[in-house]
Structures are given as structure tokens and as C-alpha cells.
Design a protein around this ligand. Structure first.
Ligand SMILES: *Cc1c(COP(=O)(O)O)cnc(C)c1O
Length: 381
């Protein structure tokens, strides 16, 4: 039987082997494992690429979110953490870390439903919530889910109107853009993840914070090194959250391929769009307009009429893996019980959780493999 990978990291490694091996060998040559030269080189490359004044490497995407929010708490409140009555608006249809980071910063997540067409936070609902709760909201944490931007014109306009911050969860969206601007350069701050399955994925954990605000950047730099400029005499309640030299070296090597690979993912997505365009019972992830420049961290279908799980099983039997991102909206998780607010119903998120299915999105998928996947889908519905 055939067997296709969701994301074939081995195949990617073979494609970039010479670059990655040389980068790793170089680290063993200099042995500067902690904040070695590759970390700063990587930060500078990424800042330039995104179009942000500062990029700070950290140990994971989750830490990037936590440190960004902690820096904002310190700057805006002159306090180490937000208070429970400080609210941060986000979506329940995301990875746990988005909401968890809000809890860890001391604030209360306010879950607002998604727009079913884009899977991103529904900006009309944000406005509705802010209109009746204009005080206590500290900021908005939109998620660029599946590698496609949230509507940043709307979100930035709302944030400016209420003078609140925007932290972009760009963990899934390295290289994607809203209009002409790369994600991570639009909000007050942004968080990236270099988890192996992200578009720019390391060989282990890694993350980065970007911001144009140099004071916030300084705070993140302190927080990641135990909370001080001098680690033997610190100012803040900090973390050990450095980006590894070895990860930075590997990421620098892989970064050379990012535009090529993001383009390849777009070609895979175009092929899916074409082959699946006329299939009844599924809804393709079509962007509302050309402002949404996705890098397809996932290619996610909606399978209607309750057929998602049976389709997933049939594909599995044919050697085609698929994943449900995400089966449980955050507000249903025990960790958020009594610690979040849900001012409106979250129907669109609940429905999406029952209907979404992400297909293999390896940038090196062959047209023949894509054909096989699409034919199997057609025959399974
Ligand atoms: C992956 C991811 C994170 C967390 O990143 P890690 O590097 O795994 O800590 C946060 N938010 C979203 C939306 C993600 O997909």
C-alpha cells in the first residue's frame, strides 16, 4: 500500500543536506552553544526579512507569546504581570499555547468566535465586545491560523481606536503577508515558532519575538536571560528561554530555502484547489481576496454533512494521513474553565472543530501524490 507523509522532514533534509550539515559542523567547530554568533545572525536576517526593527530569538513559539505579553505588562503597568481583570481578546480556535500564554501573563483571555470563512477572529464581534467593555481590555491576540493572515486592517484599526496592543500569533505564518507587509511587522509585537512542522522549522524547539518598539525588545531580551541585562543581578521575574545556537545555525541554513518552499506550498495548494474544486461536500480554504497572502502551513478543508471522520478514516486506509487542527475549542478545555470569558456564543469555532481536516502539505509533494490524494478524496465522499 502507498504511504504519504503529512510533512516529510526527511525529504526536506535530503534537499538541504549540504547546507544543514555545514551549519552544524561549524557550530561544533566554535563550540559557542549558548548565544553563539548564529543567534544574532539569525535574528538580524529575520528582522530584515519580516520588516521589523527587532527580532529576538527565544526557546519556543509558546515562550515567544509569553515573553511578549510579559514585556507588555511590564511596560504598560509597571508591574511584572497583568492582573486578572486585564483582558486580552483572542480566538478559541487555535493551538492551546495562544490562550495559555495569556493565562501565564496574568491576564484573562476573552474568547471571541471566528469568521467561518477565514477561521480567523471575527472582527465585528471584537467591536461589539469593546463597545460595551471599553475599559479593562489590554490588547488583541489574533492568530494567523494555517498560515493565512487575519484581517489586519480591521484589527489594527480597532486597536488604534481603543489604544490597546496587538500581539500577532504568527507561529504558523512565517513568510505570509497581509497586503504588502509580512506578518510579524504589523502588530505591536509578534510571536513566531520554529517547531519542526512550522514553515521555517528547526531540528527541535525554537521561537522568536518581533517588534518595532526597542524598549519592548530590550525587555524580552532581559526576560529570556533570567530577567536582567546582567544574569547575576536581575530586574524582572525571568526565564531561561534562549534560542539555541545549534537551532539558530540550522534555521539560518533552512531560511535560504524559505521563499522557495513557501512558493512550493502555494503550488501544492493551487493543485488541491484545482483538483478538488468541483467536489461536492467539501469547502476549500479560498481566501476572501488577494490581501490574504497565505504560506499554507496547513491546507485545511471543511467536510460538511458530518462526513469528516469517515473521510479521515478512508484516507487513512489508503495511506493518506490527515490531521484535525483543532478538535477542541480552547473554552472547552479544563485549564480555561473559570479563567476565561466567553461573552458571545462560539458556534463557528464549534462547527469548525467538527468539520475541518488538514491534508498533507509537504512542499515537495509530487503532482502524482497530489493526484492520488485528490482521487481518493473524490472516491471516499
Ligand atoms: C505552534 C504554535 C504555537 C506554539 O509554538 P511552539 O514553538 O510549539 O511553542 C503557538 N500558537 C500557534 C497558533 C501554533 O501553531
Amino acid at each position: 500500500m502507498r504511504s504519504i507523509s503529512m510533512l516529510d522532514l526527511g525529504r526536506q533534509y535530503q534537499y538541504m543536506k549540504a547546507n544543514i550539515d555545514a551549519a552544524v559542523a561549524k557550530c561544533f567547530g566554535h563550540q559557542q552553544w549558548i548565544l553563539g554568533p548564529e543567534v544574532k545572525l539569525f535574528e538580524d536576517e529575520i528582522a530584515g526579512y519580516i520588516g521589523s526593527k527587532n527580532c529576538i530569538g527565544v526557546a519556543s513559539g509558546t515562550d515567544a507569546l509569553v515573553l511578549a505579553l510579559r514585556a507588555l505588562a511590564i511596560q504598560s503597568k509597571n508591574h511584572e504581570y497583568f492582573d486578572k481583570k486585564d483582558k486580552i481578546i483572542t480566538t478559541p480556535f487555535t493551538f492551546t499555547a495562544t490562550g495559555d500564554a495569556i493565562l501565564r501573563s496574568g491576564a484573562t483571555p476573552v474568547f471571541i468566535d471566528i469568521d467561518p470563512a477565514t477561521y480567523s477572529i471575527d472582527t465585528a464581534r471584537i467591536k461589539e465586545y469593546l463597545a460595551s467593555n471599553p475599559k479593562d481590555v489590554a490588547g488583541i491576540l489574533p492568530v494567523h491560523l494555517y498560515g493565512r493572515p487575519a484581517n489586519m486592517d480591521e484589527i489594527i484599526a480597532i486597536a488604534n481606536n481603543y489604544k490597546i496592543f496587538v500581539v500577532e500569533d504568527a507561529a504558523q505564518a512565517f513568510g505570509a503577508a497581509w497586503r504588502e507587509k509580512r506578518l510579524g511587522s504589523l502588530g505591536t509585537m509578534a510571536a513566531f515558532s520554529f517547531f519542526p512542522s512550522k514553515n521555517l522549522g528547526g531540528s527541535g524547539d525554537g521561537g522568536a519575538v518581533s517588534t518595532d518598539d526597542s524598549r519592548l525588545a530590550d525587555l524580552v531580551r532581559m526576560l529570556l536571560k533570567h530577567g536582567g541585562k546582567d544574569k547575576y543581578n536581575v530586574d524582572h521575574i525571568g526565564y531561561n528561554s534562549r534560542l539555541d545556537t545549534l537551532q539558530a545555525a540550522i534555521l539560518l541554513a533552512k531560511f535560504k530555502f524559505i521563499d522557495e518552499f513557501n512558493k512550493k506550498r502555494n503550488m501544492v495548494a493551487d493543485a488541491y484547489d484545482k483538483f478538488l474544486g468541483s467536489v461536492a461536500g467539501i469547502v476549500l480554504p479560498v481566501a476572501p481576496d488577494e490581501n490574504y497572502r497565505s504560506i499554507y502551513n496547513q491546507y485545511t478543508l471543511r467536510v460538511v454533512n458530518g462526513k469528516r471522520d469517515s473521510l479521515q478514516n478512508k484516507l487513512k486506509e489508503a495511506g493518506i494521513p490527515t490531521v484535525v487542527y483543532y478538535p477542541t475549542p480552547l473554552n472547552y478545555m479544563k485549564v480555561f474553565k473559570g479563567r476565561c470569558e466567553t461573552p458571545f456564543t462560539l458556534e463557528a469555532s464549534e462547527q469548525a472543530a467538527c468539520e475541518v481536516l488538514s491534508l498533507p502539505i509537504d512542499p515537495l509533494l509530487t503532482i502524482e501524490e497530489i493526484n492520488y490524494i485528490c482521487e481518493t478524496i473524490k472516491n471516499s465522499l
